[in-house]
Design a protein around this ligand. Structure first.
Ligand SMILES: [Zn+2]
Length: 300
């Protein structure tokens, strides 16, 4: 008899067909845990005449390897291109399974992964343990900026934006009219904000809202044929900024702020309390630092 602990770990990836020649691997609507092996982000696979195009590589070497195998079998071709939407480990730690020269990202994503990768890696090994075995950080070697790229008959419009992190890549597959929004859009799963700039994020949401697309793949949450992921993410960010600011102004401390209710429509989103409390823990001190008088500046 094998115990669960001695069984080989496998992600058993299950592709969901989004549209012709496009699949998504749906991330678990959970925080990163040992049980999910860090597979919490959505991953997209596109077919093209030159080969598979993959957007984000998942949380570990093992995930990347399973993803590469799956993409080859779905498309019957090798991997033509990989894009990384941002430097978070659940999106970029499967890079090792791919040729670094084929991995593309804005320079800001590459820099972020270089600077924060080791700290992320420690955290991931601590939580996901055996799933991470043999995982090293591989930096994308192909820097991209906003503009159109044509790969194997697909027209991909790249948008180098920011807000969820200091550099967020969004890809509009013009061929199918699908917007792959990375973590600038969450749906029915509360947004994470540890590296966010909320006002820049809101500007990026406005930019995305003006685009013409038929379907949206959020970084976390289900694919939908409308802009609900953009409006819900906007509402979430506006609500948490407002609650934190008003609580601070009423003299509530950080823990009291973290206990404030969310609007009912947002309270019911998966992980709403968990992410709100995490957001308060880093956004409240930031606000406090901005509002405190700068001691010493006035003495002249
Ligand atoms: Zn993220």
């Amino acid at each position: 008899m094998f115990s669960a602990l001695s069984a080989p770990l496998t992600y058993a990836l299950k592709p969901i067909a989004v549209t012709d020649g496009m699949w998504m691997l749906a991330g678990a609507p959970q925080p990163i845990t040992f049980e999910n092996g860090g597979a919490i982000a959505n991953i997209t696979i596109l077919d093209s005449s030159e080969g598979a195009i993959i957007i984000d590589t998942g949380p570990s070497r093992r995930f990347g390897e399973e993803l590469a195998t799956l993409a080859r079998s779905l498309t019957g071709k090798d991997i033509a291109r990989v894009y990384i939407t941002h430097f978070h480990p659940d999106h970029a730690f499967g890079n090792q399974a791919f040729v670094a020269e084929s991995i593309a990202a804005p320079q800001g994503v590459i820099d972020g992964l270089r600077d924060a990768g080791a700290a992320f890696s420690d955290a991931m090994y601590y939580i996901a343990r055996d799933w991470m075995r043999g995982t090293d950080i591989v930096l994308p070697k192909h820097a991209v900026t906003s503009g159109v790229e044509e790969i194997g008959g697909r027209r991909l419009h790249l948008f180098a934006l920011a807000g969820h992190t200091s550099s967020d890549l969004v890809i509009l597959d013009e061929t199918s009219g699908t917007l792959i929004a990375g973590d600038l859009a969450f749906l029915d799963r509360a947004p994470t904000t540890p590296h966010a700039n909320l006002s820049v994020w809101q500007q990026s949401l406005t930019t995305l809202g003006d685009l013409d697309f038929k379907m949206l793949v959020p970084g976390h949450g289900p694919v939908e044929a409308d802009k609900r992921a953009l409006t819900q993410t906007h509402e979430w960010l506006a609500a948490i900024a407002d609650i934190i600011q008003r609580s601070y102004e009423r003299g509530l401390d950080m823990l009291e702020t973290a206990r404030q209710p969310l609007p009912p429509s947002l309270e019911k989103i998966a992980l709403s309390r968990y992410e709100f409390e995490r957001s308060v823990m880093h956004l409240y001190p930031k606000l406090e630092a901005e509002r405190l008088p700068e001691v010493g500046k006035k003495i002249e």
